[in-house]
Design a protein around this ligand. Structure first.
Ligand SMILES: [Ca+2]
Length: 468
């Protein structure tokens, strides 16, 4: 077992068909081994009860229509995002504590599920149920994950995602930096691993771990990326940084045969004897020789990205080098983009003062200068029902400056509104994730203050609410 240790080509075969995305035909890669025929990800066929829109069986459920009647639901309990248009004025906002957990770093939920699952930097997944943190961890990676914590040491458990068919297959995925005893991985490598829930819905089967993909990393302890998220196409997207250091010294981000400095897009299910498969319409469709796992390239450290639950658009926060942080918005199903790093930093040539070409480069919709932000935390689009004026509004934050902002994406114009700062209103430290719950409401994950290798402070999960 063990995922293909990559760096260059994974041994990937097999076509993936996805009911929601472009239908892909044919094997996409020439990896060794057999050509899989995995139909992989059949994302269920449940139909939501929310009106005319049919869903793809849960997950980041999208209808693609913004004028929907709110029906985008997944399976399960029928909790769903509210895709109706925004109404009214945006009120004063605040953050209401939901739970405290040591070093929380990411948050996710199974489709249609009321529970929230919190990944912690030190390798646990905790369940928040009925407003309480379940005492027994859902999963503990233990020494399989190496945990950093000092400034510039970004190692640990970084991302968590539930399979769109979780209700049927019980599968979920974790992204972490390898410690000891991970199949096919050396310490510091990036690992994507699949686990399955046990008979107890609040506890995973710790023995079920299956390494899906290992990406070799250089020795540096930063730029590990973070988020893993399923798109409406039922495929898993995985952001990986450029390998660390300054200026992408190893030249990974623009190297389309390397997996670092990329957004990957794979079907993580075992398929035809292979640990995962790749769709035929990844970057390799347009860039000859590109590794079959790559969706987008030219990223520095896409620590947090998310999909709008209603439109399916992809929002990427890319952490900058010296001068500019970036928010990139990619319309649903429009990938295969070069986001510019390390030729561009934000809307400026890199290094500053150089001249450079924008040929083939897609620029971010927003750049955030270092005076405001130095480690951007890409957030999510509000799709709840509690504050109707916020529907369609994207929130993001900064880990270092404790800043927080919102903007709204105009899909027709492909522009983002000038950001509104809510830093003082929210007054929150150390935001490392802003995620939806199954009901589309937004949760801010604060890792807590005083984090170091030896101190793993208590952090807080907050719900975004209207101020009283
Ligand atoms: Ca860029």
């Amino acid at each position: 077992m063990g995922g293909p240790t990559t760096g260059a080509m994974g041994s990937v075969t097999g076509a993936t068909t996805s009911p929601a995305g472009p239908t892909t035909m044919g094997a996409s890669s020439s990896g060794s081994g057999t050509t899989g025929s995995g139909t992989g990800n059949t994302t269920g066929s449940s139909t939501s009860n929310g009106g005319a829109s049919s869903s793809t069986g849960g997950g980041p459920n999208t209808t693609g229509s913004s004028s929907g009647t709110g029906g985008t639901g997944g399976g399960g309990a029928g909790i769903q995002a509210d895709c109706s248009p925004a109404e009214g004025e945006i009120p004063e906002l605040t953050l209401t504590p939901v739970a405290t957990v040591n070093v929380p770093v990411d948050l996710a939920y199974p489709p249609g599920d009321e529970r929230l699952f919190v990944a912690t930097l030190d390798g646990d997944v905790r369940v928040i149920k009925d407003g309480q943190v379940v005492e027994t961890p859902f999963l503990s990676l233990g020494s399989k994950a190496v945990v950093g914590g000092n400034l510039g040491d970004e190692r640990g458990l970084l991302g968590l995602a539930f399979h769109p068919d979780y209700a049927d297959n019980g599968l979920f995925y974790v992204h972490y930096v390898a410690g000891q005893g991970v199949d096919g991985a050396s310490t510091n490598d990036s690992v994507l691993e699949e686990y399955k829930v046990s008979a107890d819905p609040d506890v995973a089967d710790a023995a079920s771990g299956r390494v899906v993909l290992v990406v070799e990393q250089p020795s540096s302890t930063n730029h590990k990326g973070g988020s893993i998220e399923f798109g409406a196409d039922g495929l898993l997207y995985w952001g990986l940084g450029d390998g660390g250091g300054m200026g992408d010294a190893m030249g990974n981000a623009q190297n389309t045969s390397a997996l670092l400095g990329k957004l990957l897009r794979i079907d993580p299910l075992e398929s035809g004897g292979m640990p995962y498969s790749t769709p035929a319409d990844n970057l390799a469709m347009t860039v000859s020789g590109a590794a079959p796992e790559i969706w987008d390239y030219g990223l520095r450290n896409p620590f947090r990205f998310s999909f709008d639950l209603c439109e399916g658009d992809l929002y990427i926060g890319d952490v900058g080098q010296n001068a500019y942080e970036e928010i990139t918005i990619e319309k649903a199903a429009e990938g295969r983009k070069n986001y510019g790093w390390n030729i561009w930093e934000g809307l400026h040539c890199y290094p500053n003062g150089d001249s450079c070409s924008d040929d083939g480069v897609t620029q971010p919709l927003l750049e955030v200068p270092r005076a405001q932000s130095s480690s951007i935390t890409g957030g999510s689009v509000y799709r709840g029902s509690a504050i109707p004026s916020l529907r369609g509004v994207y929130f993001y934050a900064d880990y270092m400056s404790n800043g927080a902002w919102y903007t709204r994406y105009d899909r027709d114009a492909n522009t983002a509104a000038a950001p509104t700062s809510i830093s003082q209103e929210l007054n929150v430290e150390g935001v490392v994730a802003i995620k939806n719950g199954a009901d589309g409401e937004l949760y801010f994950v604060s890792i807590g203050s005083g984090l170091s290798n030896n101190v793993h402070p208590e952090g807080t999960i907050y719900k975004l609410t209207a101020a009283p």
